[in-house]
Design a protein around this ligand. Structure first.
Ligand SMILES: O=C(CO)[C@H](O)[C@H](O)COP(=O)(O)O
Length: 232
């Protein structure tokens, strides 16, 4: 599986040109991309990156990739990031690694978002992977009730749980928020659900990435598939 992730990362690296400003994703697949990018930088490639998490910042620094922020530059050429699920419209569930807020800000500031994954992430319909919803701890009861109502309005339901870290304490995001993971099973209309969740005051962001990915690079036993998003 790790080999497939690295192959997808290597294919995405072929899109990178000298002088590009890059969004650097988070997770085990994105980490391969940062490592391979570091090798190219050591060989003379000149790029600058914006990391989507403190973990990726540390990886990029270790690999010698120069970093900047979205305050210092006005756009990114390409963001390369992983995903937890990818559907045929290239809508995504992201946030399994807890970095969905920065990942979405960075993807939205990019001309192109390339999603890299092993082909187990390709699904006909989003929802089997628990949907991460990043929330403000204050007023969580009210926020959870509003999320439940949004689910019901969009025809989905399922158990919700505040994410825990490995040490058993509540998982806290890089932005100081919590994550509620919702087991929805099948999300028939991800765009409507995304809209409904975004309208809830205590929701900082959610893991539905709608219309953000330009292409997906999927590595599987039979080779690599590159899927471009259909124009609306
Ligand atoms: O959204 C993410 C982190 O917030 C990751 O991209 C997603 O969880 C996939 O991770 P991996 O490449 O380790 O399978």
């Amino acid at each position: 599986m790790d080999q497939l992730k690295r192959q997808a990362a290597a294919r995405a690296l072929e899109e990178v040109r000298d002088g590009m400003q890059l969004g650097l994703g988070t997770g085990s697949t994105a980490k391969h991309f940062v490592e391979l990018l570091g090798e190219r930088v050591a060989g003379g490639l000149k790029v600058i990156g914006v990391p989507t998490s403190e973990a990726t910042r540390a990886d990029a620094e270790r690999c010698g990739v120069k970093l900047t922020t979205l305050d210092e530059i006005d756009h990114l050429d390409i963001t390369v990031d992983g995903a937890d699920e990818i559907d045929p419209e290239l809508n995504l569930i992201k946030g399994g690694g807890g970095a969905l807020l920065r990942e979405k800000i960075v993807a939205a500031a990019s001309d192109r978002m390339i999603v890299i994954a092993d082909d187990s992430k390709w699904v006909p319909t989003l929802g089997k992977f628990p949907l991460p919803v990043e929330v403000i701890p204050f007023g969580l009861g009210a926020t959870r009730r509003a999320i439940e109502k949004a689910f019901a309005d969009c025809g989905v339901s399922g158990q919700m749980a505040v994410r825990k870290a490995k040490d058993g304490h509540v998982f806290v995001t890089d932005g100081g928020h919590w994550i509620v993971d919702a087991q929805l099973g099948r999300i028939a209309d991800p765009a409507s659900l995304a809209k409904a969740l975004s309208a809830i005051p205590g929701v900082v962001e959610h893991g539905l990435f709608i219309g953000l990915a330009s292409s997906a690079v999927l590595a599987g036993g039979g080779g690599i598939r590159v899927i471009e998003r259909r124009k609306p």
